[in-house]
Write a protein that binds this ligand. Structure first.
Ligand SMILES: Nc1nc2c(ncn2[C@@H]2O[C@H](COP(=O)(O)OP(=O)(O)OP(=O)(O)O)[C@@H](O)[C@H]2O)c(=O)[nH]1
Ligand SMILES: [Mg+2]
Length: 206
């Protein structure tokens, strides 16, 4: 009996294997309030099958997780999303999406260990769901960019108005995105990489 073909079928897919040229791996965390598109972003951009921990929404979220604007949502992330993307031949990003709701904050402790930076996703219909998340990142001193996820009926505020509403310093980049589009999600991660690089350069020069 020939086992080789079944072994091959069980082995990792070629896209799951880390390129041998990869020399640097960076951990990035994707955060934001309930239903802003974190799982969607990790899923759209990941070159490996993303790991998600979606569960049917339960009583714990009723009256807490505001489904206005995302009424069709039936599942929510209960632990994390995980994905991977190669930015170029050498640099690989590991993406960890984590829920922003207060009842999941205990997850933050371990998840942020070793993270170089974060993406805060926001929905302009429900800015307030991401306020706490931004505050917590600032407290922890984690550098982040803000990505405005475009939902169809979301108000289109000028970026400077958004900056004021979120009380963000001038230096924090704000980018627009559609988390469902791979290229757009990739651009968000590139914006974070550029920002981290500029911070590192500024630090080296001081
Ligand atoms: N129109 C539009 N819909 C989106 C976009 N991103 C996400 N969605 C939809 O919005 C809903 C919420 O997206 P999720 O990716 O589950 O959001 P999440 O932040 O992971 O949600 P939680 O894990 O529950 O906090 C889903 O039904 C998505 O299909 C987007 O860019 N545009
Ligand atoms: Mg999710």
């Amino acid at each position: 009996m020939d086992f080789r073909s079944s072994e091959q079928a069980l082995g990792p897919r070629s896209e799951d294997v880390l390129p041998s040229t990869a020399t640097a791996a960076v951990k990035v965390v994707i955060v934001g309030g309930f239903g802003v598109g974190k799982t969607t972003l990790v899923g759209s951009v990941s070159e490996i099958r993303p790991l998600t921990t979606e569960e049917t929404m339960t009583q714990a979220g009723v009256g807490v997780d505001d489904t206005q604007g995302v009424e069709r949502k039936t599942a929510t992330t209960v632990a994390m999303d995980f994905g991977r993307i190669s930015i170029n031949e050498e640099l690989v990003l590991y993406l960890f999406g984590t829920p922003g709701q207060e009842r999941f904050w205990f997850l933050w402790r371990g998840l942020f260990e070793g993270a170089l930076g974060a993406v805060v996703l926001i929905d302009t219909r429900r800015l307030e769901v991401s306020f706490d998340v931004i505050g917590r990142l600032e407290e922890r001193g984690v550098p982040f960019v803000v990505a405005v996820n475009s939902f169809p009926d979301a108000p289109d505020y000028p970026l400077e108005e958004l900056r004021a509403a979120l009380d963000l310093p001038e230096s924090v980049p704000i980018v627009l995105c559609d988390a469902r589009q791979r290229a757009s999600s990739r651009d968000v991660l590139m914006a974070l990489m550029r920002y981290l690089q500029s911070l590192a350069q500024a630090q080296a020069a001081s």
